[in-house]
Structure formats: C-alpha cells, structure tokens
Design a protein around this ligand. Structure first.
Ligand code: UDP
Length: 254
C-alpha cells in the first residue's frame, strides 16, 4: 500500500491525508512538549489515551449540538476528522487561577474566579503564542466579529458542559484551551471545534485531593504522568481494564 501523504506534523500530533477528499487522519504521538517546546519528552502511551479521551469528549459535545471536526476513531492512535481551515487563535477558558494567569497577575494558583474568563492567544511558536484581544483578531482579519460571537458562545457552552461532566467523576476543570476551524460545505462556512480535548490542553484537578491529573505533571516534573492520564480515562469509563470489551460507563463519584 502506498504511504499516505503527511500534511502537517505538530508537537503532539501528525495529520495525514484522509481516505476521502475533505478528510484528514489525526495521529496522536507520545511526544510531549512544554514552555514552547523548550522542554521535550515522551509520555509512554499518551497518544493512545488522548485519542480515546478526545474521541469521548468531542462525541459528548456533538451530542449537545456543538459542531466538531471529529468523525470517528480509526484505531489506537488515529481518528478521522473533517479537514478545516484552522483559525490561528487559541481560546483559553478559565474557572480557577492557574498557570500563566497566576504568574501574570501574581495571584495564588487555586483561587476560584468570580466568573469564567475567556482569553485569546495568537498561534505562533516564533512569537511564543502572545495574548491578544478581540480587537487584534478582527483588525488583522483572523476572524470576524460574527465568528468571534460563535467562538465565544461555543467556548462557554463547552466549559459548562465539560465542567459538569468532570465534576460527575470527581474532577475540577480548572482551565483548558480550544481551537476552532472553518468548515466549508458547498458555499457555506461553519465554525467547528477542532484539534483535541485531552489532559494535554486542560488542567484537571482531583476534587478531594487537588492532585493534578494533566500535563502540569510533565511541565513541573511531578512524576506519574501516564498514570494521571490513565486515571482521567478510567474515571470517564473509557479505559479498557482487561481488554477492549471491558469498557464501562463513567463512574460517578459521591
Ligand atoms: N494550553 C495549551 N496550549 C498552549 C497553551 C496553553 O493547551 O499552547 C492550555 C494549558 O494546558 C492550560 C490552559 O491552556 O490548560 C491555560 O494555559 P496557561 O495560559 O496557564 O499557560 P501555561 O502556563 O500552561 O503554558
């Protein structure tokens, strides 16, 4: 079989040409990077778990009417997605102070925010993803005011839904990053949720112990990174414990 064409290689994923026009195959690697790729490593099995977690969350979100690029999971490390034109803006939603917000404003990590905050960053490794405002996004034509309305309302719906979903399995959704893309159907354009949703791009804290169950374990050398990702998958009921037929539903925490 001819080797399929690689479209793009990112830090944690590779995109290949899909089986039909307008589709891509998204391959999840075990590679991990932090601090704009200044720190590099491998988390054994991460790609397999993130493929599953992202499939699960994107599917639940599409069930509540959030359009996504996800089509279906193909195998352990790959999923079929719709080809979209990625909007070069990272959308971060925060519920609790952590990470760059704690540093920038000198606030204590763990402080609950009075309301959810949405932030925008320009996707540019060369510039270290600088924070931007809606003004920059519309002035430079990265998205229109109407696009931003759609993006903001989707991001807040995703936040409400995922906060509840994780709360149900004893996890606090501290913050997360989303990416959106333009999907063209005939002459119509729709903005859809793209990329991935996994512990690589969310902060997830155990509700009782505040134990970090996300990429901060890698960023901050806390150890047991793979186990933390597995714990998230296990609680969501998507980690086969003794084989693929052993997948249970979410385990509700009291
Ligand atoms: N995030 C991400 N990719 C980035 C930057 C941030 O997925 O390039 C996620 C990060 O995992 C966290 C949230 O967005 O869940 C907020 O990140 P923050 O701004 O605190 O940046 P950090 O200090 O994590 O780089």
């Amino acid at each position: 079989m001819a080797r399929r064409r690689q479209i793009y290689e990112g830090k944690a994923k590779i995109l290949y040409e899909g089986p039909e026009p307008g589709t891509l195959v998204q391959y999840f690697k075990d590679d991990a990077t932090a601090f704009n790729a200044k720190k590099k490593g491998v988390i054994a099995g991460k790609g397999v778990i993130n493929n599953r977690i992202s499939e699960y969350l994107m599917t639940r979100l599409s069930e509540i009417g959030i359009p996504t690029h996800f089509v279906r999971r193909l195998n352990m490390r790959e999923q079929l997605v719709r080809e979209v034109e990625i909007i070069p803006v990272e959308v971060v939603v925060r519920n609790i102070v952590a990470g760059s917000l704690a540093v920038r404003l000198g606030m204590n990590e763990g402080t609950p925010l009075p309301r959810s905050i949405v932030e925008y960053y320009y996707k540019s490794d060369a510039l270290n993803d600088p924070m931007i405002t809606e003004e920059h996004i519309t002035a430079f034509g990265w998205a229109t005011p109407q696009d931003l309305d759609d993006i903001m309302s989707m991001a807040l719906r995703v936040n409400d839904f995922l906060s509840g979903l994780f709360l149900g399995v004893g996890i606090r959704l501290v913050d997360f990053k989303l990416e959106f893309g333009r999907l063209w159907e005939d002459d119509q354009m729709r903005i859809v949720l793209a990329d991935e949703i996994s512990p690589d791009c969310c902060r997830l804290w155990d509700m009782k112990t505040n134990k970090k169950l996300d990429k901060d374990r890698f960023r901050r050398d806390l150890g047991n990174v793979e186990e933390a990702y597995q714990e998230v998958a296990r609680r969501l009921g998507i980690l086969p414990e003794s084989g693929p037929r052993d997948i249970k539903g979410p385990s509700v925490m009291q």
